[in-house]
Design a protein. Structure first.
Length: 254
C-alpha cells in the first residue's frame, strides 16, 4: 500500500468512526484508462446508482455499456450513449413530462458532468486506486448535522440539497467543487437497498476531502460534549432547578 492509499484508508477510518457510518465511504473517479489491477464490474444492474452500493464493498471499473439500463445516468455522467440509450432517454423524458415530474423547463437545471470520460472507477474509499473526484457517504439526519456544520466551515456557505435524479449529485459536486446533499429519487430508492427512508447521500469533492476530515473529527467531538451538556441542562431544568451555563458546565465534570 503506497502513501496515497494509506492516507485514504486513514480518512475512511476517521469518517466511519467519527460519523458512525454503517457503510463504507464510496470513492468515484472518472478516467480514460482503467488502472492496473482493477477489474470490470460483474453483472447487470438496473441503474447506475446501484454502483454506489457495490462500490462500498469492492473496487471495479465501468463504462457506458455497464450503464446500459440507465439512460438517465449516462446523461448526467456525460458518458457516450448508444443509439438505444438515447432512445431510452427520450422515452423516459417523454413519460416524465407527461407526469409533470421533469418538465421541459426543468432540464437545464439538471447537472451534467462537463467532461466526458471513458470509464468510471468505484471503490471503498480505503481501497481507491485513484484520487477520488467525489466521495459519497450514506447518512442519517444525526450524521448530516455534523456534515452540514463541516460544510459551512469548509465551503463558507450552506450545502445544496438536491432531489431527482439522485445521480445528478455527482456532476453537481464535480462541476462546482462544492459538497452537496442528495435526498435521492424514487428510482434510486427502489434500486438501492442501502438507501432507506431515513437515509440520504452526502457528497464531498475529493479535492477538499482532507479539510472535511479535519473538520468532521473536531465537530464530532464537539457535538458529543455539547450533547451531554444539553442533556444535563434539560434534566436540571425539568427537576425545577435554574442552572446557569457555568453551573451546567460544572455538572459535566461531576
Amino acid at each position: 500500500m503506497n502513501e496515497t492509499s494509506k492516507n485514504y484508508a486513514k480518512i475512511a477510518s476517521l469518517l466511519t468512526n467519527c460519523l458512525n457510518l454503517s457503510q463504507s465511504p464510496v470513492a468515484i473517479s472518472f478516467t480514460d484508462a482503467i488502472p492496473n489491477g482493477v477489474g470490470r464490474h460483474v453483472g447487470d444492474v438496473s441503474a447506475g446508482c446501484r454502483f454506489w452500493q457495490d462500490g462500498a464493498m469492492t473496487v471495479f471499473a465501468t463504462s457506458s455499456s455497464d450503464h446500459q439500463r440507465c439512460a438517465i445516468g449516462v446523461y448526467t455522467h456525460h458518458l457516450q450513449p448508444t443509439p438505444a440509450q438515447q432512445t431510452d432517454l427520450m422515452g423516459a423524458l417523454k413519460i416524465f413530462g407527461e407526469l409533470s415530474y421533469v418538465r421541459e423547463e426543468d432540464l437545464p437545471l439538471i447537472p451534467v458532468l462537463q467532461q466526458q470520460s471513458a470509464h468510471v472507477i468505484y471503490a471503498p474509499l480505503a481501497e481507491t486506486p485513484l484520487p477520488p473526484q467525489i466521495v459519497l457517504l450514506f447518512v442519517n439526519a444525526s450524521q448530516m448535522l455534523i456534515l452540514s456544520e463541516a460544510a459551512q466551515q469548509v465551503e463558507h456557505g450552506n450545502t445544496a440539497a438536491m432531489g431527482r435524479p439522485a445521480c445528478a449529485v455527482v456532476p453537481q459536486v464535480i462541476n462546482t467543487g462544492r459538497a452537496a446533499l442528495s435526498l435521492g429519487c424514487c428510482g434510486a430508492r427502489a434500486y438501492l437497498d442501502t438507501l432507506t427512508d431515513d437515509t440520504a447521500i452526502f457528497a464531498i469533492p475529493g479535492a477538499k476531502l482532507d479539510f472535511y476530515a479535519e473538520r468532521i473529527e473536531a465537530l464530532a467531538q464537539a457535538n458529543s460534549i455539547l450533547t451531554r451538556f444539553h442533556h444535563i441542562r434539560r434534566e436540571e431544568i425539568a427537576a425545577g432547578k435554574s442552572p446557569s451555563i457555568q453551573d451546567s458546565l460544572k455538572a459535566m465534570g461531576a
